[in-house]
Design a protein around this ligand. Structure first.
Ligand SMILES: NC(=O)C1=CN([C@@H]2O[C@H](COP(=O)(O)OP(=O)(O)OC[C@H]3O[C@@H](n4cnc5c(N)ncnc54)[C@H](O)[C@@H]3O)[C@@H](O)[C@H]2O)[C@@H](O)CC1
Ligand SMILES: Nc1ncnc2c1ncn2[C@@H]1O[C@H](COP(=O)(O)OP(=O)(O)O)[C@@H](O)[C@H]1O
Ligand SMILES: [K+]
Length: 474
């Protein structure tokens, strides 16, 4: 099933390409007019009428600003424009500027401070470097800011802040959100977020080779429960467990069970007695790993939570030799950091930023590219965890997940996540889709778990999260 177009996140460069391809059907001037109208309408809906100052840059972002100023004036608001620089003559933006007949004021902090509301139409998709000091000081002087397309200073491709960017109350973009609208730190600056349809032919999105999606149900499909379901069709998740940190494997097991695995087994060797004191529905094996792997139904293995590097060294190579689908986390990533080649053959890894940095080096400001590059390098899906999580596949696909809660920032919640992803894999989902689905379910559980949950509290919400994801994904 193709990934839905509605979840695509084109980069600013891809949007520019889209405009060029769309030109014959819809001229830029028409798109600009609709964009400015959409901004004026959104401002009218969000704010009571007040004195508005529109700050216009020299490009098409400024062009949208002149159009918005014209429509706001027609709607009865007192509006002035302050231009950072005039648009190039004969450009669409210049034509839009000429149609605005209201007052012009200097581009200065004093004017910005006097306005009740400042519209940032300085730079949008065209931002290529940090804004100059005069731009920053004018935006800093504003009391309340609405951004057109993107707050000036945010890189639309990465969410990085180049120098500085205003804290906006509202951001209005067009056609589709961009990666920078979904990635921190930029995404925290947007305020309320509106994506307006300006009638750009959507089919063009298919021609651009866009490989980035917003992580939502519909991007993937989780198998539902059916009357024919039996435990092996729901899937078996096997987890390697160690002696020194048994809690982590237990949390993974609980996450796997709570998100709908048919059967969860812990392989604990000589440490098995300690695990047998745990949840009664959990099967604990004490046999040799090589013998356990004789069971062909045990396709999915989690290796790493609660394991020391030595314990990983004794298990992971055996799992890989047996050609199992392995999800590597925690201890396995520490072991892999000594030589990332060791992880070749795993299906997916789930590093937080610290673990990622030890494996591949610090990701820098463009985490999306860094996650993609890492996935390509180890030929495995990379789930780069954090307040926003990037799920990158070796073939270049990447999803950005912002469906989460800071409530997840509690010890052990990453172990729960590996269990949930394990269940998605055991249900037969392809690896990237399983990781995307697992991250979303984990986020949904965090959103449902109330105030200050601990990792164990997430489990009670995973079943409802799965049901919701199935319903939304239909
Ligand atoms: N399909 C869409 O999404 C549409 C987008 N439109 C608007 O078009 C905008 C993009 O227009 P442009 O490509 O003209 O780009 P901008 O208006 O963002 O920037 C214009 C130019 O400013 C220069 N520049 C970049 N960073 C600078 C800096 N820090 N200091 C000084 N100069 C700098 C660059 O040369 C750049 O080309 C979007 O943000 C959006 O507002 C609409 O007008 C039409 C449809
Ligand atoms: N501020 C936050 N907002 C949303 N999710 C978060 C936040 N901080 C952490 N998370 C999520 O919580 C989980 C923490 O995992 P991890 O760092 O491995 O912790 P642990 O090793 O203690 O289990 C990850 O899934 C991460 O994406
Ligand atoms: K802007």
């Amino acid at each position: 099933m193709p990934h839905p177009r509605s979840l695509l996140l084109p980069t600013p460069a891809q949007c520019g390409e889209m405009d060029r391809l769309a030109y014959k059907a819809v001229p830029i001037a028409t798109l600009m007019d609709r964009a400015g109208w959409a901004v004026a309408r959104a401002i009218r809906l969000h704010f009571t009428p007040c004195r508005v100052l529109v700050l216009c840059g020299p490009g098409n972002n400024g062009g949208d600003g002149y159009v918005a100023a014209r429509y706001l004036a027609q709607m009865g608001s007192p509006v002035a424009v302050a231009a950072l620089a005039e648009p190039r003559s004969d450009s669409d933006a210049a034509k839009a500027a000429a149609l605005f007949k209201g007052p012009r004021v200097p581009f200065s902090p004093k004017e910005a401070a006097r306005a009740d509301l400042v519209v940032d139409a300085i730079f949008g998709a065209g931002l290529s470097r940090a804004p100059e000091e005069n731009v920053v000081s004018v935006l800093k002087a504003a009391q309340r800011v609405v951004a057109i397309d993107m707050p000036t200073g945010i890189d639309g491709a990465t969410g990085a802040i180049l120098g500085d960017a205003p804290d906006c109350e509202l951001t209005v973009t067009f056609v589709r959100p961009k990666p920078g609208h979904k990635l921190l730190p930029g995404s925290a600056k947007l305020g309320d977020f509106v994506c307006a349809d300006i009638g750009e032919p959507q089919g063009i999105l298919d021609q651009l080779g866009i490989q980035t999606w917003h992580n939502e149900p519909g991007l993937w499909h989780i198998p539902p429960m059916t009357p024919e379901s039996y435990k092996y069709s729901r899937g078996v998740v096997s987890i390697c467990a160690g002696g020194s940190m048994p809690g982590a494997a237990r949390l993974s097991a609980a996450g796997a069970r709570a998100s709908g695995a048919g059967l969860v087994r812990i392989s604990a060797g000589e440490n098995a007695p300690a695990f047998r004191l745990g949840a009664p529905g959990l099967i604990v094996d004490d046999g040799e790993l090589a013998n356990l792997l004789q069971d062909e139904r045990r396709k999915i293995w989690i290796c790493g939570p609660g394991l020391t590097p030595d314990e990983v060294a004794e298990t992971l190579p055996i799992l890989l030799k047996a050609e199992r689908i392995v999800l590597a986390d925690a201890g396995a990533l520490t072991w892999g950091a000594e030589n990332p080649e060791r992880l070749k053959g795993v299906a997916a890894i789930t590093p937080h930023i610290g673990e990622f940095s030890r494996l591949f080096g610090k990701p820098g400001e463009d985490r999306l590219s860094a996650a993609r590059e890492a996935a390509r390098k180890i030929n495995a899906v990379v789930v780069m965890k954090g307040a926003d999580t990037i799920i990158a596949a070796p073939d270049g696909r990447a999803a950005i997940n912002d469906h989460a809660s800071p409530a997840l920032a509690t010890a052990g919640s990453g172990d729960t996540l590996t269990g949930v992803i394990g269940t998605m894999l055991a249900a037969g989902m392809p690896v990237w889709e399983a990781c995307c689905a697992g991250v979303w379910l984990h986020g949904e559980a965090g959103l449902r778990a109330g105030d200050w949950p601990i990792a164990e509290d997430l489990d009670a919400h995973l079943g409802a999260a799965r049901t919701k994801a199935i319903e939304l994904g239909l």
